[in-house]
Design a protein around this ligand. Structure first.
Ligand code: ZN
Length: 402
């Protein structure tokens, strides 16, 4: 991702199908495509990344079923992000706001409601068409320098460019950052949110690793990266969503005062050992122990005759299921809220995906929460299941029963 050539292997997860490749019934008897999934660390800049890139057309053009507006927690987060950006940078009505990887347009809706001109860009056509239908203009394409030039010619420069959980997905990151620089107004701000590599390592959140996530960002390599393009990282803020996310603020060099948070984060990362091979090796060992603990827990439950299902089927859940080899031998089926996934099967492990309501009508003994970063919301939504004696399993950071 950073174009570094000295990459050290941190952790090999084996071969995985891509995490959003939910299988329609008619594909059950066909071959399954799998790709190597390995976490490596760049010896030059420290960026954690994967070293095998799946063709983005396979990842995004077909079958891409992630919808960012599905959870209430997600919706509230994006509404707050829009409000906060408008206030902090005094964005005016009619200023242009661009969201890269805009999905169904949930973040842009907040800016639109505040009176800004908005424009989304996303190569995944199912969510993008949904955004357009809901009044959020969206370009269905990858974001590149060429697309950026086209946007400036038609719409002018942008005061805000956002990218939430997209930066880590960019295959041609150089072209995308050049494009952002081209679109950004002189006093404009790029606001990026991405899963933070430090909690991933610290809390064993290895399920964040899948082929759509090319890089696992942290502040030190991000600062160096933007510098290379004449941009400046000027603030870093922690966010509570997705089990540890960081928000990066980037502007043209000298356009915004640099907040002390940038240096503080880098010091914290270095003290933790995020760029230290021995510390990263420990992470790999701990993940292996976590897998043994989770499988052991499920085996004990099965031996005592308990029925177990999975609840929620996020992309990350498929990394966990495939890495731990948890299939129909342990779980009877998976349930899911998103209608786009119901009726399909989980990639690799082939668990049938049923509507969430089945949890209550069927009342299995245990429900493994794969979207554990939304565990609170999921458990609150399924209070009745718990009242009737159902139990939840939260797999990460340590498998536990609630
Ligand atoms: Zn590098």
């Amino acid at each position: 991702m950073c174009r570094g050539s000295r990459l050290a292997l941190v952790f090999d997860l084996g071969h995985h199908p891509h995490s959003d490749d939910f299988v329609e019934p008619e594909r059950l008897k066909r071959e399954m495509h799998v790709f190597p999934l390995r976490l490596v660390s760049c010896k030059d800049c420290g960026l954690l990344q994967i070293d095998y890139l799946v063709n983005p057309d396979i990842l995004y053009k077909t079958n891409y079923v992630y919808e960012s507006s599905v959870t209430a927690t997600g919706r509230a987060h994006y509404a707050d992000m829009a409000r906060h950006s408008v206030e902090r940078f005094r964005i005016q009505k009619n200023n242009l706001v661009i969201d890269i990887g805009s999905n169904v347009g949930v973040l842009l809706q907040g800016f639109k409601d505040a009176g800004m001109r908005v424009l989304g860009i996303d190569p995944a056509d199912i969510p993008a068409k949904k955004a357009i239908a809901e009044g959020i203009p969206t370009i269905i394409d990858y974001f590149t320098k060429a697309v950026a030039e086209d946007i400036v010619a038609k719409h002018g420069t942008a005061r805000i460019i956002t990218g939430t959980n997209v930066f880590a997905h960019l295959h041609d990151i150089d072209s995308a950052v050049e494009g952002m620089k081209h679109i950004l107004a002189s006093d404009g701000v790029i606001v990026i949110e991405a899963p933070y590599a430090l909690p991933l390592i610290e809390h064993l959140e290895y399920d964040t690793i899948y082929h759509q996530h090319v890089g696992y960002l942290s502040v030190k390599p991000m600062q160096a990266y933007f510098k290379r393009f004449g941009l400046e990282l000027f603030d870093v803020m922690p966010q509570d969503i997705h089990g540890g996310t960081v928000r990066y603020y980037v502007g043209h060099v000298g356009a915004h005062p640099i907040i002390s948070s940038v240096d503080e984060y880098i010091k914290k990362e270095e003290a933790f050992g995020l760029y230290d091979t021995e510390r990263l090796k420990r992470f790999a060992d701990e993940v292996k122990a976590q897998r043994i603990a989770l499988i052991g827990m499920l085996q004990d439950l099965k031996r005592s005759g308990k029925r177990i299902v999975a609840i929620s089927t996020p992309a990350k859940g498929n990394t966990l299921l495939n890495y731990c080899n948890i299939d129909g031998a342990y779980l009877e089926y998976a349930t899911e809220k998103s209608a786009l996934k119901v009726g399909k099967y989980t990639p690799g492990t082939l668990l049938k995906i049923e509507p969430d309501a089945k949890l209550l009508s069927d009342q299995p003994d245990y429900a493994l929460i794969l979207a554990w970063n939304f565990a609170k919301e999921i458990m609150a939504n399924n209070e009745e299941y718990k009242k009737r004696g159902g139990k939840f399993i939260i797999p990460i950071p340590k498998p536990r029963i609630i």
